[in-house]
Design a protein. Structure first.
Length: 298
């Protein structure tokens, strides 16, 4: 089985719609994908129907934003195959509402610096999700000649969390996310499989070990571009990061996943669907994981 368990569409911050993504997955010879849009399961019904037509299995999924307050770091939890997805709706709605407010604040702050850019110039890229992401703002700046790349100097000048123009708003985004242990408990209560996404992105290695030790996580996303394509990191260090995650997975019998984290035009690196995948054994563990009891006390 060839399975990419981390893909985004225009329902969050990807550049392809659901059908376009599934068609590309089919062309890339993927048997299975998970659409993991940020804090929304809105793709589920349509993706399942289109996937059946195209012969691409779709695993229900969502990428949930979280905050590791012990270390002051952001974290993302991938939820797979929730048996009771309705239990996630409240959290998704609250997080999405906060994202909408922050996205609008980011856009307005950037427009103060670039007053010839209209709000609608930015909003058109967020049509699918109704949420403005930093990548949407950068796309508009590129359209009108204020930047020539998504993640270059202009991006850092605007969005660096320490010194950027929008630093205060960016920092608030992190601290307003729900506590990571609350998120993993909620995923469990929904009958889902909780996987810590790309620990390397937000320096979540200690968090991974803590969650694994306490039995609050089902898996780790070890095969991800942040390990293999990160600039300025030696091959030895990349292999050491991978080995650390795999060692935790072996010790605690965690599911090990991989995914492209595909965003299309908004990728940090050139990554097609299927660039990183999950093997058949771990896909089977996700699909076969059934909670013996759904805990309502979250």
């Amino acid at each position: 089985m060839n399975a990419d368990l981390h893909c985004h569409t225009t329902l969050s911050d990807g550049s392809l719609g659901i059908q376009e993504l599934l068609e590309q997955a089919k062309r890339n010879k993927l048997d299975c994908i998970a659409i993991t849009d940020h804090d929304t399961l809105s793709s589920l019904s349509r993706a399942t129907i289109l996937g059946k037509r195209l012969g691409v299995e779709v695993i229900p999924a969502v990428e949930l934003s979280a905050y590791d307050s012990s270390r002051g770091n952001k974290a993302h939890i991938l939820c797979y195959n929730p048996q009771n997805p309705d239990r996630l709706e409240g959290l998704c709605l609250r997080t999405s509402d906060e994202r909408k407010k922050r996205g609008k604040a980011l856009a307005n702050k950037v427009i103060e610096r670039y007053p010839t850019i209209a709000f609608d110039n930015i909003l058109k890229y967020a049509t699918g999700s109704k949420i403005i992401y930093k990548s949407h703002i950068m796309h508009a700046l590129m359209d009108y000649g204020y930047a020539t790349e998504l993640y270059g100097d202009t991006y850092r000048e605007l969005f660096d969390y320490k010194h950027g123009l929008c630093a205060e708003i960016v920092c608030n985004e992190i601290e307003q996310c729900p506590e990571v242990k609350f998120v993993t408990r909620l995923v469990r209560s929904a009958g889902g499989v909780a996987v810590l996404a790309h620990p390397n992105v937000y320096d979540n290695f200690d968090l991974l070990e803590e969650l694994a030790e306490s039995g609050m996580i089902d898996g780790v996303e070890a095969y991800h571009s942040s390990v293999f394509m990160r600039e300025g990191v030696s091959e030895d260090d990349k292999q050491a990061m991978l080995a650390r995650m795999l060692a935790v997975a072996r010790k605690h019998d965690l599911i090990v996943t991989g995914g492209s984290d595909f965003h299309g035009f908004y990728n940090h690196y050139p990554i097609p669907p299927g660039a990183y995948t999950t093997d058949a054994a771990n896909v089977a563990r996700i699909k076969g994981k059934k909670r013996a009891k759904i805990n309502a006390n979250v």
